[in-house]
Ligand binder design. Structure first.
Ligand SMILES: Nc1ncnc2c1ncn2[C@@H]1O[C@H](COP(=O)(O)OP(=O)(O)OP(=O)(O)O)[C@@H](O)[C@H]1O
Ligand SMILES: [Mg+2]
Length: 266
């Protein structure tokens, strides 16, 4: 069974989807079999991994797997990541698009928050890691992800609203995990993303992230680099992106993958 990590912040735009994608790619480079599960109706992770929803040829996505409310339904959803790099052969995507919004309306159905866990049961046995990218919300989709997950990775910027968003997630998990049948769910770590070196305000905010989350803050920080945004825009692997400081950006995520594997096995 795969190790399932829920990538989360209640604040939007902090880099959850980029960290999910690039961390997943770096784990695949280390030889791991990685599932990227897009659980955000925006579908940004899916698009950045090169997937496009084609209305003329409807595809089964995570939305249908959740709606089916059937054990293992996600098995039909995994699709290859069609990047032209060797390590992509060890990556699979469970894509999402706007249709996933319709699952919110079913939040009141009995046991609805367990539907993702049910869909994933037996459907990720051939993977080492599944990373679940959540919307910037703590409502039903995120609650389903929490009920399915083994641990939570918070992503934040060194900026007040993101730090408060990460704190809200932590408090929410501790308050609600029993009700979500996720009693053992804990926070694996906090990734500080989009960090701007040499800016006093960023340094001050980073200090407050460390004060709040202590040892949970992972090394390395992920710096703000244009090449990371370019890769997302052009839906290419980071190695194929245009822009300066590519080597540093790639190395940053490789180090993050190293930290990830050390921390989750600790
Ligand atoms: N380290 C970085 N350097 C430069 N740009 C970045 C970095 N991390 C993320 N970005 C860019 O910032 C924007 C927001 O990132 P992203 O969409 O990954 O955030 P998110 O938390 O998933 O957002 P949402 O809450 O909408 O799902 C994107 O354009 C992304 O490519
Ligand atoms: Mg996102």
């Amino acid at each position: 069974m795969a190790r399932r990590t829920v990538v989360l912040n209640n604040r939007g735009g902090v880099g959850k989807s980029d960290v999910t994608l690039r961390l997943g790619a770096a784990l695949a480079k280390r030889g791991r079999r990685v599932g990227l599960l897009d659980f955000d109706p925006q579908g940004n992770l899916s698009r950045r991994a090169g997937w496009i929803y084609d209305e003329s040829q409807p595809q089964v996505t995570v939305s249908e797997a959740v709606q089916a409310d059937r054990v293992g339904a996600l098995a039909q959803v995994w699709t290859p990541v069609a990047w032209n790099v060797e390590y992509a052969s060890r990556m699979k995507l469970a894509p999402a698009w706007l249709e996933l919004e319709n699952r919110y309306a079913e939040a009141g159905l009995a046991g609805a928050h367990l539907r993702l866990a049910k869909a994933m049961q037996g459907a990720d046995d051939d993977l080492d890691h599944v990373l679940i990218d959540c919307p910037p919300s703590l409502f039903h989709l995120t609650q389903m992800a929490m009920a399915a997950g083994d641990g939570v990775l918070l992503v934040t910027r060194a900026e007040m609203d993101s730090v408060l968003g990460a704190k809200r997630c932590r408090n929410f998990i501790f308050d609600k995990r029993a009700a979500l049948h996720a009693d053992d769910l804990g926070i694996d770590g906090v990734v500080v993303n989009d960090y701007e070196q040499g800016k006093p305000r960023q340094r001050a905010q980073l200090a407050s992230v460390r004060r709040i989350f202590g040892d949970l803050v992972w090394d390395p920080l992920i710096a703000r680099r244009e090449v990371i945004a370019n890769a997302a825009n052009d839906y290419v692997p980071l190695e194929a992106a245009t822009g300066s400081q590519l080597t540093q950006a790639v190395a940053g995520f490789e180090l993050l993958a190293d930290t990830y594997e050390k921390r989750i096995s600790a």
